[in-house]
Design a protein around this ligand. Structure first.
Ligand code: ADP
Ligand code: MG
Length: 929
């Protein structure tokens, strides 16, 4: 077993080297031999099943019934009635409805497979990466390309993406609860174990799916993909199913309700129609029943917005893709919808609101104040006392040494001579400071003889402890060097280095506190640097908590981390949009408050800053009363974040929360929109996030919120448009049924105002295409000047329903009037229906420009959306062709009109829309129409 063998033997066996890794050629070959490092996934539904799935949808079931009824009616015409003409019409109806069912299924199929692909592509972008050594160079590769023999480096916040044998382990703690059920992290080592050891106790192994919660390590991959322990237990790993978004659910519920309405109408109309015939003729004929049936079918089809669900999911998918283009990667369609409703954005300070380019500008050591010239990462700049005199290096020597040694960062020059930082930015700032004073970490660690310094142990920084330490051996002595947040460190400090001697901390505490506050008020991040002499035994065996106390303070650094310049504007925009922005930071309260003031998160320097320790003092009820008003949280730990999210949600706020560390994952999961950083974020946070900022910028959150709002507004617009059509169709048909009690001219009272096929055409073609184009619309108004929408409120509130009814009723009446007018003019039934049909089509094509606006269509440039103009033109021309091409005449029961009539059916239907909009211009105070 791998855990029994010495690590060198394993490296040899896997033909790899810990300093070179695999060669890329060898890795490529192994990837071919072993296959990608992935778990077998449950097979996606086969294509035919996706295709057939639509057949079960309620709308399609209605259409199937329509096909069946049309066939029955055709059979009756042919064999009982011997009316071949009529029978042929019914057959055509059945065929066309069948074709439409197929077209719908194909559309749904294309949409679904495309959506799956683009979501998969988005997920791919969010995939895990691993740091591996290949050809002697460290590189980031997709975790799926790992092969056995790869040397992998991991640190806190990383996932293990393959099974590893540890080669080195540095205070490494790993959470393996997914395999062992044990929630406590396990301490890892590199030493071989003897005998048969159960998985939970294999301390020199790392297993795929674990997370690194502490420390760092180097491991050699021993198994990938299905060969890993995870692969053994997870033969099939079920992906979470793609859930319907809230609007998709609303629309699904709506169509279901409309089905019942349709069923009711059908029964009513059949009853009424037969009654009508009975009264008129004194008998019930089968022809009469068949005529009534075809009106009923038309009505059933008219009542349901057939194309809506497909258009909706296509628009949401397009939305997700366009968000990703703007650097905001969403992992589910739900987030597209939720983003626009966000009311609170809780953001980390460092790196998101600030640049994370840290530079030491001041420090205090040995009782003396210093200032430092700065020049980015370039390690040149004078260290001076506050009166601009060159400082005596003797004074700050001990501070510098500790700052540089207790550090894991580095800088190096690239080919253009630019200095590049590596590692934790706070640490980088100290490395640069050290170089300015001629303290080079590498040199210090490479000295030989009595000056030899060796790092014995490292306790890495973590955001709960807010400290980091290393244990060093200088010659024969052992020391622990600790640095961290001054207010935390001071509680663990006994003595302070002052005028070249150690004095008790009580003597200078006041002065120190003043110093820290002075830095903080200049928006400087503060860091205390300490040391303590310890014994050899302590150095090797004592636990961290025991060593990080009784410290001797050597100095305090003031570090500037400039705010990102564009953030101030973003925050102002969000404030206008009614979104609250909250800063959450592990930094010192006064520093946080100074930066929050600079960024406009708070406008008053005395605004309340809530600190982690204060939060701990409060119970949920007390804290809940405060959270809506607090804008800055300082010195918080990741657990606090989770509590803040929860309590804000209790106030029905929609909370977006950023996080960067491994401990932030629970808070991100709890938030409505968990946000992770694409560049500097840990793999674990990316995994739990809903939105990944590909550029780590706060401004991307603002843009994503704006995009979410735009998409939602567009969806509302096309829902409005589609439903208006349905109301108009149903109404015109019903008016025909109820008010045409006797035949007019050549038109019998049983002739429906629109045939079922005409209704279907309007729903699926002349309406669906422009709706789809509405999904691409630009924002109507400055949507970022409005309050976030209330997610509890139905999308039909705020005038959507009343607008649909007003316009639908007016349009339906116009269509009915056109039909009656044509009948009175003595036209044949087909001609009357054609006139009604074109009146409806053009009525809707004009209305679409109105549906894009909550004010009136006069306020929007109709040509601003090229797709819409194209879709409208296409639908208009295609509908006209339907009336002139003989084949379609036969199938759809249409007929060609004269030129003046064509002109009339194109122009007259615009009047209701123009008049309604005009009336709205006159009475702008009335909002609901
Ligand atoms: P944030 O990310 O909100 O700025 P952090 O959790 O990174 O907060 O840091 C909190 C505090 O911990 C800082 O104010 C600083 O005093 C201390 N700190 C940060 N980085 C380090 C480090 N590398 N070593 C020691 N202390 C650190
Ligand atoms: Mg941080």
């Amino acid at each position: 077993m791998f855990y029994n063998e010495h690590r060198e033997d394993i490296l040899k066996k896997l033909q790899t080297s810990r300093h070179q890794g695999l060669s890329s050629a060898e890795a490529e070959q192994r990837l071919i031999d072993q296959g990608p490092n992935e778990l077998a996934q449950e097979k996606a539904d086969p294509g035919w099943r996706i295709f057939l799935r639509t057949f079960k949808e309620p709308i399609v079931v209605v259409l199937w019934i329509a096909v069946a009824l049309a066939l029955v009616s055709a059979g009756y015409d042919f064999f009982v009635n011997h009316d071949a003409n009529h029978g042929k019409a019914s057959i055509y109806e059945a065929i066309v409805i069948f074709i439409l069912i197929m077209v719908n299924a194909i559309l749904a199929y294309v949409q679904e497979t495309k959506a799956q692909k683009s979501l998969a592509a988005l997920k791919q972008m969010a995939n895990h990466h691993a740091a591996v050594l290949r050809d002697g160079d460290w590189q980031q590769i997709p975790a799926s390309e790992l092969v056995t023999g790869d040397i992998v480096s991991v640190k806190m916040g990383d996932f293990l993406d393959a099974d590893l044998r540890w080669v080195t382990a540095n205070e490494l703690q790993v959470n393996e609860s997914h395999l062992t059920g044990e929630v406590e992290p396990v301490q890892k080592t590199q030493f071989a174990l003897t005998g048969d050891v159960p998985l939970a106790e294999r301390t020199n192994m790392g297993y795929s799916g674990s997370t690194v919660v502490q420390g760092s390590g180097l491991g050699v991959v021993v198994a990938t993909g299905m060969a890993t322990e995870l692969g053994h237990i997870a033969q099939l790993l079920n992906e979470t199913e793609n859930q319907k978004t809230p609007i998709e659910k609303t629309v699904a519920q709506l169509t279901k309700k409309l089905m019942y309405v349709a069923a009711g109408i059908v029964v009513l109309v059949l009853g009424f129609g037969m009654g009508k015939e009975l009264v008129n003729t004194g008998q019930l004929t089968f022809t009469g029943i068949a005529e009534n049936l075809s009106t009923a079918i038309a009505l059933a089809v008219a009542a349901i917005p057939d194309a809506l669900p497909v258009v909706l999911s296509i628009v949401l998918t397009i939305g997700a893709t366009s968000l990703a283009r703007n650097k905001g990667l969403v992992k589910s369609l739900n987030s597209v919808e939720t983003l626009g409703a966000t009311t609170f954005i809780a953001s980390d300070k460092t790196g998101t609101l600030t640049k994370n380019e840290m530079t030491v500008t001041h420090f205090w050591s040995n009782g003396v104040q210093f200032q430092v010239d700065q020049n980015g990462y370039e390690p040149c700049g004078e260290i001076e006392t506050m009166d601009n005199k060159v400082a005596d290096p003797e004074i700050y020597q001990r501070f510098m040494l500790a700052a540089v040694l207790n550090n894991e960062a580095s800088i190096s020059q690239d080919s253009t001579g630019q200095y590049r930082p590596f590692g934790n930015p706070t640490d980088v700032s100290l490395i640069v400071l050290g170089r300015k004073a001629d303290y080079q970490r590498e040199q210090l660690l490479n000295q030989t003889g009595a000056n030899n310094i060796e790092i014995v142990r490292v306790f890495p920084f973590d955001s709960t402890r807010k400290m980091m330490s290393v244990i060093i051996k200088c010659g024969a002595d052992y020391k622990i060097l600790t640095k961290g947040a001054p207010d935390v460190i001071l509680t663990k400090t006994d003595q302070v280095w002052q005028q070249q001697q150690m004095v008790p901390v009580a003597e200078v505490k006041e002065q120190l506190q003043q110093q820290i506050n002075a830095y903080a008020q200049q928006a400087l991040r503060t860091l205390a640097v300490c040391e303590r002499t310890i014994t050899a035994d302590q150095a090797k065996n004592a636990p961290q908590a025991e060593l990080e106390q009784q410290l001797q303070l050597l100095g305090i650094a003031g570090i500037i981390d400039p705010p990102r310049p564009e953030v101030r504007r973003s925050i102002a925009t969000l404030h206008q949009a009614g979104v609250n922005v909250v800063m959450i930071t592990g930094d010192y309260a006064a520093t946080a408050s100074a930066i929050a003031l600079k960024l406009g998160i708070i406008t008053d320097a005395d605004a309340k800053v809530m600190t982690g320790p204060e939060i701990d003092q409060l119970d949920d009820a007390e804290l809940a009363a405060l959270v809506p008003d607090i804008r800055v949280y300082a010195r918080v730990s990741p657990e606090h974040k989770q509590r803040i999210v929860r309590l804000l949600q209790d106030h029905r706020e929609i909370v977006a929360m950023t996080g960067d560390g491994v401990n932030d994952a629970p808070a991100l999961r709890a938030a409505d929109i968990g946000i992770a950083m694409g560049i500097n974020g840990t793999e674990v946070t990316k995994d739990s996030a809903d939105l990944i900022l590909l550029d780590d910028k706060f401004t991307t959150i603002e843009h994503s919120v704006a995009a979410g709002r735009r998409i939602f507004a567009n969806i509302k617009n096309f829902i409005r448009h589609e439903l208006t059509t349905n109301v108009a169709e149903v109404l015109s048909l019903l008016l025909g049924v109820f008010f045409m009690t006797a035949s007019i001219g050549r038109v019998s009272e049983l002739t429906p105002v629109l045939s079922a096929l005409m209704v279907l055409w309007v729903n699926m073609v002349s309406d669906a295409l422009p709706s789809f184009a509405l999904g691409y619309d630009e924002a109507e108004r400055d949507i970022m000047k409005e309050r976030p929408r209330d997610t509890q409120q139905s999308i039909f509130a705020e005038g959507l329903l009343s607008r649909v009814l007003v316009r639908g009723i007016v349009m339906g009446a116009v269509v009915f009037v056109a039909f009656i007018w044509a009948a009175n003019a003595g036209f044949a039934p087909e001609k009357c229906q054609t006139i009604a049909f074109l009146t409806l089509v053009f009525g809707q094509l004009w209305h679409v420009f109105d549906a894009r606006s909550t004010t009136t269509l006069f306020h929007r440039n109709p040509f601003s959306n090229g797709r819409l103009v194209l879709a409208v033109s296409f639908a208009g021309v295609a509908s006209l062709l339907l009336t002139v091409i003989p084949f379609f005449n036969e199938v759809f029961g249409t007929t060609a009109l004269t030129a003046p009539l064509y002109l009339a059916v194109i122009i007259v239907p615009v009047l209701p829309t123009l008049l309604l909009s005009g009336a709205k211009e006159i009475w702008p105070a009335i909002k609901w129409w």
